[in-house]
Design a protein. Sequence first.
Length: 274
Amino acid sequence: MAIASIRPAAVAGQFYPADERVLRMQLSELLASAVPLEQVAPPKAIIVPHAGYVYSGPVAAAAYGALLPLRSQIRRVVMLGPTHRMAVNGFALPAAQAFETPLGRVAIDREGWTALQQRPDLIVDDRPHAYEHCLEVQLPFLQTVLERFTLLPVLVGDASTDAVAALIESVWGGPETLIVISSDLSHFHPYQQAQCQDRETVDRILAMRSGLGHEQACGATPVNGLLRTAARHGLVPHLLDIRNSGDTAGDRNRVVGYASIAFCDPVPHASKQH
């Protein structure tokens, strides 16, 4: 097991600016310009993309902006995302006790970190986390929209939907806990094909139908687990944004799809604004 007390930023200067001032400016602009497809109650869980900010930042910002009313309430963020660089059987927690970005350090939730180690399908190892971008790129957004929070970063490898759902359930917590699932959608299709495929994938998520494959979403495994758990808790999914890299900063011959989806408590009919 590789051990380090602090997991340094691995993709600063690549996926997002390494300079603190420039990063804060970019995040401010992304959040200010986000126009979600609908206004939602503060979410318990979100699905957000994990490409470079020039590609998926506008889509992610639609979800992170919805967290602003919870700025002082959320005290723990549980993040799950797929491994891109190192195969893992089950789940991987870092040994590191803090993650660092140009905006500062975020401490690991020690209580959750310790409790999850009771699972036989989970390892504690810094190596899968060392160069993984899918969780890191979420942190500057979280550091911007939330006041203070601890982090429970879980990389998901080969795991069943039941196993992911059980893990999420075990760390679900109360209003102080936010669940973040990091996933892009389809990869490297022509623009129109990607639009159709991604819309089908999102419609499936909005119908709370698990069973997504990795050709539909690279984070299908954690997404499927969230769908199972969110349904158990009666949450309602809301699409906040759906685009692809051809809409933001890439060419349209080979695009990557992105969506931001919020899972919220149902709004009682009597409290709806007409």
